[in-house]
Design a protein around this ligand. Structure first.
Ligand code: G3I
Length: 342
């Protein structure tokens, strides 16, 4: 309540778009668990951004440069310059480094697509890619999103992909986990997905997939819930989702949080109400994640720190979904998130 009141008060004066900066200690000093953000290598050229990241968080996820779209070249070779740079920055600043993501329905580079349908060549290339990527960051990456967004949006089964077509609906996933485990015996291996808060049927199918992977002997070590939500998310849905996801007893990575104002259809376009809704959602997420058993609190990752860095700006440049303003100052949303911590 206090956090929301703080947020509302701050926003009344300024309006949501220019939410006032607040005084707040570094996020990672406030939380009893690792706090993360996503980064792109090019952002590390900005000394202000680099200093903000080093000060505020204890874990980094590559926003896109550890995915096939960056690593796998058309000739089948791999490039690692950007992920190596992010890994080096994490090492230099004593930050954990989280790998995202190995197998995603949304990315199937030509180098894989042109492999003949013959399973041997494809299977070999799949294994080689996972070993090359996970093996390169062995001892650096604390964990990996091995499979990303495998569940159909309507919760009716699993998504179709080049990977499922060539290697099998469940088998392409168990193989990915096994290859990743062979390449790094220590990293925590995650199944990651989104809209698990507002789509209970999708969440149920996600949990059933996790159980199927465990039953098939996959070394599944954690569940990632992206938490790309909007300021009109119904109160209690996020907390209910986290409780449900934690029911398997696996570590939980709240892996990609942002709270969009622009995507909030349910709220009238009143800046103060949008900001208050955003504050409420951030506070609920912090409180619910804080309430998980300590051994299940893997990390809480914000999908960016400064509003201007958010992928959501590509959808609506006026959106302000994150905890820090464009100058890197904490907003009332950050106070609300901090107020929810336990
Ligand atoms: O920076 C290059 C630019 O130099 C080049 O000219 C241009 C050519 O296309 O690409 C630019 O890179 C883009 C990159 O974002 C940085 O802006 C990539 O094309 C683009 O694919 C990439 O989008 C990322 C997207 O995942 C796909 O990888 C977003 O930044 C990233 O926020 C988004 O993150 C996903 C998570 O991985 C999974 N969950 C959903 C989340 C949001 O979509």
């Amino acid at each position: 309540m206090l956090a929301s009141a703080l947020a509302l008060a701050a926003c009344d004066r300024q309006g949501a778009a220019q939410a006032a900066a607040v005084d707040l200690p570094p996020l990672k000093s406030l939380a009893a668990f690792p706090v993360g953000t996503c980064v792109q290598a090019v952002q590390l050229d900005d000394p202000g951004f680099a200093a903000l990241v080093a000060a505020q968080v204890s874990q980094l996820t590559a926003e896109w440069e550890m995915k096939m779209e960056y690593i796998v070249q058309d000739d089948g070779s791999f490039r690692f310059d950007a992920p190596d740079r992010i890994a080096a920055f994490a090492r230099t600043h004593g930050l954990r480094f989280f790998g995202h993501t190995l197998v995603w329905y949304a990315q199937s580079p030509p180098a894989f697509e042109r492999l003949d349908a013959g399973r041997i060549a494809f299977d070999g290339a799949y294994r080689n890619y996972i070993h090359a990527v996970v093996g390169r960051y062995r001892g650096q990456a604390v964990g990996w999103d091995v499979v990303n967004e495998a569940v159909a949006e309507d919760g009716e089964g699993w998504r179709d992909s080049l990977w499922s077509q060539r290697l099998g609906r469940l088998e392409h996933m168990t193989l990915a986990f096994q290859h990743a485990r062979e390449a790094d015996p220590e990293a925590v291996l995650f199944l990651n997905d989104y809209n698990l808060e507002n789509l209970p049927k999708k969440r149920a199918t996600f949990l059933k997939l996790a159980e199927a992977l465990l039953k098939a002997g996959a070394p599944l070590g954690g569940l990632g819930t992206q938490t790309h939500v909007a300021a009109d998310l119904k109160a209690g849905e996020l907390a209910a989702a986290l409780k449900d996801l934690a029911s398997l007893g696996l570590p939980i990575h709240l892996s990609e949080m942002d709270v969009s104002l622009s995507r909030a259809e349910g709220l009238i376009r009143d800046p103060a109400k949008l900001a208050a809704g955003q504050a409420r959602v951030y506070a609920e997420a912090a409180e619910a994640f804080s309430s998980l058993p300590a051994q299940q609190r893997f990390a809480f990752t914000h999908w960016g720190l400064r509003d201007k860095d958010s992928w959501l700006k590509r959808e609506d440049a006026a959106d302000t979904p994150l905890l820090f303003d464009d100058a890197g100052r904490p907003k009332s949303a950050a106070a609300a998130w901090a107020g929810g911590l336990r």
